[in-house]
Design a protein. Sequence first.
Length: 404
Amino acid sequence: MLLLFAFVVGCSSSMLPSIAISYGIAQFKFVTIVGEENALEAFSFAQGMVMLLLLIGVPVVGRLADQFFSAANKRHYWIVIGNALGLIALYGFSQATTRGQILTSWLCVLLSYTFASNSFRALIPQLLPREKLSAYSGLIGSCIPVALTLNLMLILGALADAAINIKLMYLGGLQFLLSAIAITILLQYRRKHVPERTVSRRSEETSYRQYLVVLVAKTCISIAISGTTVLPLYYITRFGMEQSEVFVLNAAMSAGVILILLTGALSTHYAEKFNKQRSFLALGALFIGVGLIGYASADTLVWAIISGICFQLGLGPVNALGMALVNRVLPNERRYGRDLAIVEAATHFGPAMMHFAMPVVVATGISLSGGDGYSLLFYCLVLFAAVFTGTLFFIKKEKSKGPI
């Protein structure tokens, strides 16, 4: 359990700076520089550019992590390097005074911490025993959202009145401390257990066919999930809610992270017990699809909230078993970093393209059937959840207890 704790802490802390900047800090930074009336335009442009540049930068970072310090006993060097560069980049972001400086330092923050998070994720299939890889990966995947939520509540909540510079330095310091704890635990585990096993456990499986199927599946489900980013506008447009009411509703719905944890842990347990990973993934996609259909057809706020709960029920198994599925199909240990980075880039690319298409889809919905246009958008997202379910049939069963 200590090993699982280290992976949860390491992965979540490496993701923390990027998420905190995207979901609160960067917006206020732009308000300070360009004013409140121009902040949305400036932030949207910068975020779009960062996402596009990451499509190139993340695979490059993964490739570099594989070229240097790729062995299980050396990847922690990239974690230290990524943290050090991340602290410098966070300081640069805090001192940025122009749009260009914000864009450059923001990209540097993301790429720096990608070195750390990519290395943590690559260590999961390298250090975990093969027979426990799916189960442990599922538990890690279901616990990461909880760890992220608690850390964000601590930083953006407890330090709500602090200056942005203070928030950023506290963010970098906390991330460095948590990563150091995780590295210490992982190094102690490696000294005791890794020498007993062979260096490469995947030499017998070099085909990328299964990896590509999982890549398509992860991209599709990421697109389906990305629709929730428009929920604030959806609430305002369809139900006439005030901005303050939307914030209160989002805060209440955030308690659903506990639901995600529970369903993720339960689905991982029973999927391993009965060797039915694909079935539980399909069940998770079904709940997500039903939730999206509920959003599309909701004519009352209560129905929309019920749809949101259904959506969260599906996120648990999809997040947990999705991570386990990726780890299981990685073909070559020497390219873990690159292959994981490609999956991460693909899960960014799909939602980014969907976000560019959302205004057109909503406008088309209005012209076809009137209303607010969001129904057509959610129905389109349901199709991606259905495609995800279809791709599961092309994933081979694991060689173990029985049919998957």
